[in-house]
Structures are given as structure tokens and as C-alpha cells.
Design a binder for this molecule. Sequence first.
Ligand SMILES: C[S@@+](CC[C@H](N)C(=O)[O-])C[C@H]1O[C@@H](n2cnc3c(N)ncnc32)[C@H](O)[C@@H]1O
Length: 358
Amino acid sequence: MNDRVKSDIHSIISGKRKFAFLLGDCCELLELFPENSMDCVITSPPYWKMREYDVRDKNKLIGNEKRPEEYVKRLVHVFHKIKDILKPEGSAWLNIGDKYHNKNLMGMPWRVAFGMQSDGWILRNDIIWDQMKGTQSVKDRLRDVYEHLFHFVKNKTYYYDHDNIRIKPRKKAVVTDKKVITATGVSGVKYRNQIINSAELNELEKEDALKALDEVLGEVKKGELVDFRMTIRGTQRTYHSNSSKFSGRAKELADKGYYLLKSRAKGYLPSDIWRVVPEDKWRKDVHYAVFPEELLEIPIRATCPEDGIVLDPFCGTGSAVSASMNLRRRGIGMDLSETYLNLAKERLQKQAMQRVLF
Ligand SMILES: C[S@@+](CC[C@H](N)C(=O)[O-])C[C@H]1O[C@@H](n2cnc3c(N)ncnc32)[C@H](O)[C@@H]1O
């Protein structure tokens, strides 16, 4: 059995095959992987005391522990094994939701995150997944509509393709021989007058600010920027704080008399709040905690190189593997449940039939 699993793993690592599903307890299966072999892990384990899963070996099922501490210990243990098989530049993404127990919000996601940090992981992001809809009937607290998606790394430097996840600006600047107007209608005329007429800036600062304004308009003209904003001392105020002790912008304003905020044509990075509607079309009748593939796009694009391998140790119906195929990566999924793995295989087969996999 172990030899067959090892050979499956090897066929993915060597590139002979693009995906594989492994049946069993992830703690045991992770032992069979070579060290430093996976590019990226994306997973959503069972949340503490949240659901029943269709598995034969209930003892190995994670999520039914009596006490939260036991749950945290088990998950941290799984992630310890994941750390061993993840490449030094790899990333691990953990989607996890919270739980009210005896009316008390347990803070399970952060308990696990703290446990993982104590075990050596570096936490780079806590993404709030706003699921936008909740179906609760509680009358003495608010509806809860978000879950966490934690991004962990093994080392301070790691693979991160930020240009691959930038959000492109919707509007472009208008550039003709006669005029340059940014995407939101800034021509620079107002800023120029404000600088010239400023009672706060001295002559040297005015000269410097006008030069910077010309330069930034030049960048718009060349197509490098789509927009910009200028903050001039005494005319506009800083967004966050006027104290140069807390704000780099406030310091720039005090030292130079102005600062510029630029919107680059190549786009901006997504924020750490994502609004993604939970999956409700894929096998909802059989598995109730399915990843929407949209949620996986940024993690895969940013932290798994093309043709790299994404591993999901709690893969259920195989969403992470499916998304990896769609984004031209390889994928390995594992689950305790044969029923879910059969669904996952069926799903990937259908996908392969719909189009030729690279
Ligand atoms: C939240 S679901 C994952 C759903 C998945 N993200 C999807 O899109 O379908 C968690 C899965 O973990 C599996 N599981 C629980 N304990 C496990 C263990 N020890 N080893 C492997 N899988 C396990 C369950 O069978 C369940 O399918």
C-alpha cells in the first residue's frame, strides 16, 4: 500500500502525471512524501465540532476532539509534517472557521495560528473571507459571515508572484499630444496653482514640488501610471496621521512639503478582505464544506509557480486540485473518505474531458 502511494507521489513530482488523490489519514500519508518537495499547500480541515463527515475510521477524523486544545494540538501536528515536505520557499494556506461552544466564541482560528507560530511558522496574512450570506436564526448576537484564510511560510523569503495577482485599473488615463488627464480626471493644473500660491512652502520646496509634478505627469504620459494624487503641506492633509512619528507620509510632508500617491498601470495588490460567495453548486448534497475555486485563485497564482505542485491534505471533493489544474499547476489531494475521493476523481475526469489538460 505504502509503495503504491509513494509511486503515485513520485509520478507527480517527476511530472509523469498531473494529479493524484490519496486515500487515508493525512498524518500517515504525509510521512511518505520526500522532504522539501511541495510548492504550496492549500487546505481547509474539518472545523472543531462543526460537521459529520462520511469516513469509516472515525478515530482518525480530525474535528471531533472533546477539548479545543486537543484539536489545536492535532492540527499543529499535521502542519508540522507539512512544514517538512514543503519547499523552503513554499507557502501553506489554511482556511478555518470559528465555533460558538456553550454560547462562547472559541477563537479557534487564532488558537491554531498561534500554535503554528510557536511551531516555527511565519504568518504573512490573515485574509478575512467574507462569505456575504449567513443562514442563522440566532436572536441574541449578530450573524457571522466570515472565515479566516491564513497564509503561512517557512522562511522570511519565499516565492510570491505579486505581479500575477494585481488588479488591473478599470479606467485608463487620456493622453494626447495636447493633454494628459488621469483616469479620475487629474490634469495637474490645480496642484500646480496650489504649489505656486502656497504660503507654507518656501521657494526651494516649490521648485522641487513642481519638478515632481512634471515628472509624475510624464509617467502618466508614458503609460506607467493611470492616476496620482498629490498632498501639499498646508493644502491637503495626510490620510492616516499628521504625526511624523507614526506616518511616513506625514514625515515626507514635513521634510519636503509634498508627497505623491501613484496608481500604477500594472494594477494594485488585492486587499486582505475577500468577498467570495461559498460554493453551492458542486455536490452540495454529499459534501457540505466545499471550497469555491475563486477563493483559491490568488493563493495559487501568487505562491505556486506554473507547473508547481499544490497539495491539499484534507481535499474532500478535490477543489484545490481542480483549481490547480485549471491554473496549469499539478495537484495532490488526500482524504480519509473514499466517497469524497470518488467524487473528486469524477470531477477531475469531467474537467479533463471538457478540455485537454496541458
Ligand atoms: C472541510 S472538508 C474539505 C473540503 C474541501 N476543501 C472541498 O473543497 O471539498 C475537510 C475534509 O477533511 C477530511 N478529513 C478529516 N480528517 C482527516 C484526516 N485525518 N486525514 C485526511 N482527511 C481528513 C474529511 O473527510 C473532509 O472531507
